[in-house]
Design a protein around this ligand. Structure first.
Ligand SMILES: O=C(O)CCC(=O)C(=O)O
Length: 308
């Protein structure tokens, strides 16, 4: 175990069953969003991530979310240098740190994202760890962020990364979680798919920028939550104005009604807030969008059958 990991096991046993899942889950719990400052020093980033996760766990968070690209600056010229191969644990310190911290504190971690090397390709990948420290799921960013607004912002993520080609939904002791990374949030179909598959919450590690952040970061996540009547959690790195890509920040938790439960500014911080899954049912009962939906007039996605 790396020297910077030093913690005691935290356990709770309060469980309640929620009718959208087959397994008993905790229906009321705290989530922690670790809006950490990312530098070019990978080891420092690992230490910071550990410290913020510890802070969130000590404030009672059972689910902790990290930002997109938390082990390296969001910069095309650095992704390959910071990339890790998860198949080979020894060469993946970021992966190991999250696994160890998850088991140390007995929490679920949606591990933001880091550059992943696999078979000669680079992916923007989020790993989800359970309270036993085991990897539960891996999401590779599906929609790469290519943008060119003359005189404003130009970025081509597809020059660096290959796109993932699978949605990711994972059952945990704190509910069914759908995963998307940053630009994935722009695509309502992915969130609809997660809703159809019974997700309670969608976690979007992100790193929006100063051009689209102010206008759209909050709007899009509230829309995903309100349209699908589920919780949405986003987590961004803090703002670093020194780099060429200035990050918007504002990690946020949104309720199934589209309300902001908790948010932050752009500095390094840990947002801890409570989720109560009974709000999903309440929202869906008071405004039964699924019943009101006119699938006879429009149908954008196949509603996939529940997993056995
Ligand atoms: O969709 C946007 O406006 C920003 C997306 C982004 O920053 C990303 O995917 O990294």
């Amino acid at each position: 175990m790396p020297a910077y990991i030093n913690c005691k096991q935290h356990q709770t046993s309060a469980c309640a069953s929620l009718n959208t899942m087959e397994v008993p889950i905790i229906s009321k719990f705290k989530v922690g969003l670790c809006q950490l400052t990312v530098s070019s020093d990978k080891n420092q980033n690992l230490i910071r991530a550990h410290n913020l996760i510890k802070d969130a766990a000590q404030q009672g968070a059972r689910l902790v979310v990290l930002p997109e690209m938390w082990n390296c600056p969001y910069s095309a010229d650095g992704f390959a240098k910071y990339a890790e191969d998860f198949e080979n644990g020894d060469s993946s310190p970021s992966f190991s740190v999250l696994s160890e911290v998850a088991s140390c504190y007995g929490i679920t971690i949606v591990g933001g994202s880091i550059p992943e090397w696999c078979n000669g390709r680079l992916y923007n990948t989020c790993c989800v760890f359970g309270p036993d420290g085991k990897l539960k799921a891996k999401h590779r960013k599906i929609h790469l962020f290519d943008i060119d607004v003359p005189g404003d912002i130009s970025f081509k993520e597809s020059d660096s990364f290959a796109a993932g080609d699978e949605p990711t939904i994972v059952d945990t002791d704190i509910g069914r979680i759908g995963i998307g990374i940053c630009h994935d949030m722009r695509f309502p179909e992915l969130a609809m798919l997660y809703r159809a598959k019974g997700a309670h919450i969608i976690c979007y590690p992100g790193a929006f920028n100063m051009s689209t952040g102010d206008l759209l970061w909050e709007l899009v996540q509230r829309t995903r939550a309100a349209d699908n009547q589920l919780f949405v959690a986003t987590c961004s790195p803090s703002r670093d104005s020194a780099g060429c890509y200035t990050i918007w920040g504002h990690s946020t938790l949104v309720s199934p009604f589209g309300e902001i439960i908790a948010t932050s500014e752009h500095e390094e911080t840990v947002v801890v807030a409570e989720i109560d899954y009974s709000e999903i049912q309440l929202t869906r009962e008071s405004l039964p969008l699924e019943k009101q939906r006119r699938s006879d007039i429009y149908q954008f996605i196949e509603i996939a059958p529940r997993r056995p």
